[in-house]
Design a protein around this ligand. Sequence first.
Ligand SMILES: Cc1cc2nc3c(=O)[nH]c(=O)nc-3n(C[C@H](O)[C@H](O)[C@H](O)COP(=O)(O)O)c2cc1C
Length: 161
Amino acid sequence: MEPKLVDAEAFKAAMRTWASGVTILTSVADGQIHGMTVSAFSSVSAQPPLVLVCANQASFTHEVIEVSQVFGVNVLAAGQEEISNRFAMGDAAHRFEGVPWTAGSTGTPLLDGALCNLECRVRNSYREGTHTIYIGEVMDSRVREDAAPLVYFDGGYRSIG
Ligand SMILES: Cc1cc2nc3c(=O)[nH]c(=O)nc-3n(C[C@H](O)[C@H](O)[C@H](O)COP(=O)(O)O)c2cc1C
């Protein structure tokens, strides 16, 4: 007999207890830049330097990463809620408007105002449920020393301190 699984509501209630940072997952394919808000990000290993992100297979960002096999992770700083909301909603064509960014060596957009930028190439990917887990090798990193992180908890934005 199949083991019983929790229902979606119980699962979401449990996940809301997990405080995380907020990132903008970016990529580029055929000269077209794209990005979306992602909280499912984690360090995997330091040697080699690996991270993971989970992207919904229905997202356009997923489509772009499938083609490019590269991605950027931009950790948002306190006060960047508006960027987080913008990259999570419709009107994808205008998400980068007024958001300064620099292209990494792969062309991936790296947001200038972020607390940290990572430029990664896909080392492995695993389709699980509705999402794909991308394991990325970190090729380049930049950290801003003078800012605090944006925190996401229980469906809302928080800041530390
Ligand atoms: C705080 C927050 C965290 C999110 N985290 C994720 C995530 O980890 N993975 C994901 O696939 N979508 C996540 N989303 C939803 C996407 O940002 C959203 O579906 C987006 O519109 C997809 O854009 P696209 O289809 O243009 O790529 C998150 C949204 C918010 C507001």
